[in-house]
Structures are given as C-alpha cells and as structure tokens.
Design a binder for this molecule. Structure first.
Ligand SMILES: N[C@@H](CCC(=O)N[C@@H](CS)C(=O)NCC(=O)O)C(=O)O
Length: 278
C-alpha cells in the first residue's frame, strides 16, 4: 500500500491517512480519538506480526521501531503517539485540541508524559500477568496487588490534577483528556477502576459519553476478547516474543518480577526494542 502511495505523490492529498494500530494500544487510542474529534477520515490497519516480534513490510518501512501507532499521510510517516498528536494538531488544526497558553499546554503535556511512561507501565504489567500468564498463584497475586496499589496512587494524582473542573484540558474536552482516558480505561479493563464516587470516575463517564471515545473503547473491548483467546497458545508455542523496554522493563523489575524477565529471556518469549540501522 505504501509503495502505491509513493507512486502517486500528486494525489497524496486525496489519499486517506492510514494509522497502523492495535485496538488495545493506549498510544494508538490517543491518536484515534484525536483524529475522530477532528472528523478526519482515516484507515486503520493492524500490522501482521505486530506484538510478536514478527512485523515487517510497509509497516516497518514506515517505522523502524516496528511499534504502533504509526501514521502514514501521503508521503509522510510519523511514529510515536505524542509526535503523531503534534502532527495531527498541525495538519488538521480544527477543532484545536491543545488548550490556550504556554502554561496550560505544558501542564497537559506533563500529564501525558506521566501517562505514557508511568501509568502505561502498570497496565502493561497487569496484562503480562493476567493475559500473558507470566506467573501464577501467589507470585501473580503479589504482582497484581502491587499494580493495583500503583494505579490507586496514580489515580489520586490524576484526581488532584483534575481539581474542580470537568476536563483535564480545562473548560473543554481536549488534549489533556485524550492523554489520560486510554490508560484509565486500560486499568478498568483489568479490574482497577477509579475509586467509587471519585471525580476521576465522573470524568471517565463524561469521556465515555463522547462518541469518539466510546467507539475507540468498543474497538478495544472487542480486541481484548480475541487477544485473551489466542495469546496463551501463541506464548506456549514460543512464537510470541513480547517487547520489554524502558519503563515497562523497569516496572517488571521494580515490582518484583525480575524472575519473569529471566525466565522469559531463557524461553525466548521476551525481546528488547529493535536496534536501528540504515
Ligand atoms: N512511545 C511510543 C510507544 C508505542 C508502543 O509501545 N507501542 C506498542 C504497543 S502499545 C508496540 O507497538 N509494541 C511493539 C510490539 O509489541 O511488537 C508511542 O507513544 O507511540
């Protein structure tokens, strides 16, 4: 598909942008919600081999990290959800998702950084235990209890960031809310929701009332059922190598899962990030 796009540069402006994604990727969810809020007509593709270490083809040509999300817009390829959000905001400026003013923008970007690196690591860790079955019994319970405590702490931090207003972005839904909602939904999916009666819980309900968020959440829910069915077999067969890198790797070690890492490296079901070369 990419080759065809490159062969037709003059018509690039008429070609719908393509987002490589996985419906369960909270990073891809950020970009999908942003594109939907802006009314951009786009295509979605989940790359073959994604997540298992077997990706290739046009997807890897567009992103040497072989990670989703990756946006292809005509001749332009962009990877990393935060850089893609920036691209989307500049390429399709209306409605603006960033709040007004340097301070407000810095604030939502800092929240985004915490979500992308710290909150995400915990949700990923719960998935490693509950879906990928890295440990069982008391070891699993210990990792999940640690994760639940970390999410409770992060949710209380989020509650403080929200303050008395309706949206992380300020007066209206926007960048700050899109940065938070995929990750909080991920924790809910693993049975760790915002505290009952919390402002964060009320905020989540407001988000889910938006069609753009509801559509993205429904796609994730449908994919979760499929993943839960196929992943245990794929892991057992040794075909699936899960990427352990940066904050995720740190989470596993800090939370008591060093042996998970050692076992996964021995069995070949864990890999690190792609090494890039020309
Ligand atoms: N910093 C990146 C992280 C993207 C990322 O970690 N994506 C994961 C899915 S959630 C991925 O594609 N991993 C590659 C793999 O598992 O093969 C971003 O913000 O987009």
């Amino acid at each position: 598909m990419l080759a065809l796009r490159r062969a037709l540069p003059d018509s690039a402006a008429m070609i719908r942008p393509l987002l490589y994604e996985h419906p369960l990727s909270p990073y891809a969810q950020k970009n999908k919600i942003a594109l939907r809020e802006k009314g951009v007509d786009f295509d979605l593709v989940t790359p073959d081999g994604m997540g298992s270490g077997g990706a290739g083809g046009d997807f890897v040509a567009a992103n040497p990290r072989a990670e989703v999300p990756t946006l292809v817009d005509g001749d332009v390829s962009v990877f990393d959800s935060t850089i893609i959000q920036d691209y989307i905001e500049e390429r399709w400026p209306l409605p603006a998702l960033l709040p007004d003013g340097a301070a407000a923008r810095a604030r939502v970007r800092m929240i985004e950084e915490v979500m992308d690196t710290q909150y995400e690591a915990v949700v990923w860790g719960m998935m490693e235990v509950r879906v990928f079955g890295r440990v069982q019994g008391a070891e699993a319970e210990a990792l999940l209890a640690r994760a639940a405590g970390q999410i409770a702490g992060l949710n209380s931090w989020l509650e403080a960031q929200l303050g008395a207003v309706d949206w992380f972005n300020g007066a209206d839904f926007g960048w700050g809310d899109i940065a938070v909602v995929p990750f909080v939904m991920g924790a809910v999916g693993f049975g760790v929701p915002p505290a009952p009666g919390s402002r964060l819980g009320a905020w989540l309900a407001r988000c889910l009332a938006r069609p753009t968020v509801a559509e993205t959440a429904a796609e994730a829910e449908a994919a979760a059922a499929v993943v839960a069915r196929v992943v245990p077999q794929a892991i057992a067969s040794g075909r699936f190598q899960r990427e352990y890198r940066d904050h995720r790797l740190e989470w596993m070690i800090r939370s008591g899962g060093l042996q998970v890492l050692v076992d996964g490296m021995k069995s070949g079901t864990i890999r690190f990030s792609s090494e890039i070369s020309a």
